[in-house]
Ligand binder design. Structure first.
Ligand SMILES: [Zn+2]
Ligand SMILES: [Zn+2]
Length: 280
């Protein structure tokens, strides 16, 4: 079974997220549990958290199909000690919010070296940040997102993701979210049938398909290997609709959240409907 959805709005509170997902025909959804562009965010009230759980239960959204996304400000690999401490504190708060909402995963971007330290040093810092956070919490899996490799962002190659996972102590609480736009922009040719198979074989060899916990399903405005992160609506980018038809028919991607982060929200109901219609 495929669980396709989108990153829905929480502008009127996190408890509205499952309602917004249902309104667009989604069977999975992503959300921010705090303001993604601010360091400070007020706590979620117990009432709001209870309402969120109630809505999820009533509408049939299980924790394994809900993928909260962390704040954009967090850099778990920051070479600046103050920023690193601030990031680790915010990441811990994100994990605690997931626990409060009864959720089991937190999706995050690995981090950036800001051209101040080398890749290996940054990877070691990211892994240490993850270990600290997992040590201080229970039950929520940290899900690393593949990046486009724009600027100094790490996590664009499967080898870099593997290197982070290698250093994580509790491997039962680490997972991977492949963002199709990002990985295509990073040079993984998902668009052609041969490239598609080669990419997943490489993922399995380098990381292991058992770690695949979620996907962000976006088309890409920019070309293969461009290292530029610009999402496009499904079928309107350089990856193209054939890829998405292969994806929804591939049993390797059953039972994990497949989340649209495509730029035109108004298209989400159609995109979800089209994706389901492609299942043979
Ligand atoms: Zn993404
Ligand atoms: Zn992106």
């Amino acid at each position: 079974m495929k669980y396709i959805g989108a990153h829905v709005s929480v502008s009127s509170g996190v408890a509205q997220a499952p309602l917004n997902a249902q309104a667009i025909g989604a069977r999975a959804f992503a959300l921010f549990t705090r303001n993604p562009s601010r360091w400070k965010s007020k706590p979620i009230s117990d009432k709001e958290a209870a309402l969120f759980r109630e809505h999820c239960e009533r509408l049939g959204y299980a924790p394994e199909h809900i993928l909260p996304h962390d704040s954009y400000l967090i850099n778990l690999g920051s070479p600046d000690p103050d920023k690193l401490a601030q990031s680790r504190e915010a990441f811990l708060d994100e994990l605690n919010r997931c626990t409060q909402l009864g959720l089991s995963m937190l999706n995050f971007h690995p981090g950036s070296h800001l051209r101040l330290v080398d890749t290996d040093a940054c990877i070691a810092t990211i892994a240490e940040s993850i270990n600290i956070a997992l040590d201080a919490t229970a039950g929520v899996k940290a899900v690393i997102e593949t990046t486009a490799g724009q600027g100094s962002n790490l996590g664009y190659s499967f080898g870099q993701i593997r290197a982070i996972i290698d250093r994580v102590e509790d491997k039962s609480r680490i997972g991977v979210c492949v963002d199709t736009c990002h990985s295509f922009a990073a040079g993984y040719d998902l668009a052609s049938p041969q490239g598609y198979e080669a990419t997943w074989q490489e993922f399995d060899r380098e990381i292991g398909l058992g770690y695949l916990s979620a996907m962000h399903i976006n088309d890409s405005k920019k070309g293969l290997g461009s290292r530029v992160d610009r999402h496009a609506p499904i079928g309107q980018g350089e990856i193209g609709s054939q890829f998405f038809t292969m994806l929804v028919n591939d049993p390797r991607f059953d039972n994990i959240p497949l989340i649209l982060e495509t730029p035109d929200e108004a298209l989400w109901p159609q995109e979800i409907e089209w994706l389901y219609s492609q299942i043979k």
